[in-house]
Design a protein around this ligand. Structure first.
Ligand code: AMP
Length: 512
């Protein structure tokens, strides 16, 4: 089953209803969206000589053309590789090369970087810009029939930062995307053509994934002009469109709940805010519930099992009289309909209620593996279960609470930062002898990045500017440490491994 079938279906069934909005303006009706997709699919296949199963990267910030490109890629029987547009040029190059993408659709902001990779990076042949003349030319092609794809065919390569410092491409099949969409209807919300999904978060990640159940049901996709979470803009879009849902990181929900543009506005068109991707503190959740009412639903997922491990429903949030309400609000909810979730020990044996272990998941939504990484795939999927790297425990009623992340992941402003990647870059500076990067609790960002550094020469420690420069040359800006702290030595265990827990505890003790 090819997800592009939904666009063609709505093009016939509800042709005049809006499909994509550019802020408050309709960009395309379903008829227009379906037509653009079928034409751009021809353009992609013919102009670049692509064959079924070829990969096409998208390196763009959110725009109406993003959705057109994504569905054209699927319509043509190709595989989409959405690349986080905030990544550094070298990181983008790595993903394009590793995925073997032959074409990368890009926007004006990224055109220079991406087009310079043509010819120098693996299979990349072309980097057409959208919107603009090149996209118009693509849409000028005659429409092609939808290419049939099976459930097992890859549809989306979801690149996530890996603990090894290099991103890995979770290979999501058509079946994975379909299960994710169906389980949204089963556990989170019903959706219809009168509803809207607001893409305030990047389409390359959670927001794009959650766009799918909405497109499946003929709802409107709204792309805010600001390209992000802007309270005043969201308030005006809530006046313009009906049945509005959006996906947001907890830090964004907190920011919105405290903004007078939202608190002072009419929220009757707001349907659901799906939050997740990082822990939400109880006090913040209570503030958000006071503003938004029972419109909040939490999801816990991973690129490897897209948006689907557990969920805390709107009904759970509303059930404030329940004796376990506070505990439940600090949990990530119960297993989603389409998966089995277990907590296991170091030998992969299931643990009883209350005991803490690694969270593992099995089901048709779980990826088939990492793109061209057989060893990492076998390790992560050992025994037929996805090993999430998250650590948690179940209560007697089946609510899962996450306790820690065994992968040392830092989540800042909803973005994942793997310390190893930052450490590797800092170690390239000749003045850095040893380094350990950890997250510090941060009221605004959830966590902020702190680097503990042992200088090669304590009397001539590298400057903050020099270290920033080393990072900015190689990794995305948001991954750069907010603080560099020089120490004489790093705490190590008997095996000589740095004990990050001690560093984190030191930072936590300083946090008011
Ligand atoms: P990603 O693959 O980028 O979606 O990141 C997935 C990771 O984010 C998970 O393995 C968790 O560590 C974390 N995460 C996702 N959802 C939640 C949630 N609701 N609460 C706490 N952490 C979460």
């Amino acid at each position: 089953m090819n997800p592009a079938v939904w666009v063609q279906r709505h093009g016939a069934r509800i042709p005049n209803r809006p499909a994509i909005a550019d802020g408050e303006t309709v960009h395309a009706t379903w008829r227009q969206f379906a037509d653009t997709v079928a034409r751009a699919a021809t353009g992609l296949r013919n102009r670049f000589g692509l064959v079924e199963g070829d990969r096409v990267a998208i390196v763009m910030t959110n725009s109406p053309e993003y959705l057109e490109a994504m569905f054209a890629i699927w319509h043509a029987g190709l595989v989409v590789v959405p690349v986080n547009a905030r990544l550094h040029r070298d990181e983008i190059a790595y993903i394009i090369e590793h995925s073997g993408s032959k074409v990368a659709i890009t926007d004006l902001d990224h055109a220079g970087d991406v087009q310079s990779l043509v010819g120098s990076t693996g299979a990349l042949q072309a980097a057409p810009i959208a919107p603009g003349d090149e996209w118009q030319a693509m849409i000028g092609s005659p429409p092609m029939a939808l290419v049939e794809r099976s459930g097992d065919h890859p549809a989306w390569l979801f690149y996530t930062s890996g603990t090894t410092g290099r991103p890995k491409g979770a290979t999501l099949t058509n079946r994975n995307l379909l299960m994710m969409s169906l389980s949204y209807f089963a556990d989170i919300d019903q959706v219809g053509p009168e509803d809207s999904i607001l893409h305030a978060a990047p389409l390359s990640h959670g927001s794009g994934l959650y766009g799918l159940p909405h497109i499946a049901r003929g709802a409107l996709s709204v792309i805010p002009h600001s390209g992000g979470v802007d309270a005043a803009e969201i308030a005006s879009l809530l006046r313009r469109w009906t049945g509005v849902s959006f996906f947001a990181a907890p830090t964004m929900v907190k920011r919105l709940a405290g903004d007078p543009a939202i608190t002072g506005s009419d929220l009757s068109n707001l349907k659901t805010i799906i939050y997740g991707g990082a822990p939400m503190y109880l006090a913040d959740l209570e503030d958000a519930l006071a503003v938004f009412g029972p419109r909040l639903a939490q999801i816990y997922g991973q690129g490897e099992t897209p948006m689907t491990i557990t969920g805390l429903s709107k009904a759970d949030h509303a059930d404030t009289a329940h004796p376990n309400w506070r505990d439940r609000m600090q949990s990530v909810g119960v297993a989603r309909t389409d998966v089995e979730v277990r907590v296991v020990d170091d030998n992969d044996q299931p643990l009883p209620v209350g005991e803490i272990g690694e969270v593992v998941v099995r089901g048709d939504v779980v990826m088939t593996g990492y793109w061209e990484q057989p060893e990492a795939s076998a390790e992560t999927l050992r025994g037929g279960w996805l090993h999430t790297g998250d650590v948690g425990s179940f209560d007697a009623e089946g609510y899962l609470t996450l306790r820690d992340r065994s992968k040392d992941l830092i989540i800042s402003g909803g973005m994942n930062i793997y310390p190893r990647e930052v450490e590797e870059v800092l170690l390239m500076h000749p003045g850095v002898r040893a380094v350990s990067v950890v997250g510090r609790p941060d009221p605004e960002w959830g966590e902020s990045v702190v680097a503990f550094i042992v200088a090669d020469d304590a009397d001539h420690a590298p400057s903050t500017e020099a270290l920033d420069h080393t990072c900015l040359e190689r990794i995305a800006r948001y991954k750069r440490p907010k603080e560099y702290r020089f120490v004489d030595s790093l705490p190590t265990n008997n095996y000589g491994k740095v004990v990050k827990r001690e560093l984190r505890e030191m930072l936590r003790a300083e946090t008011p």
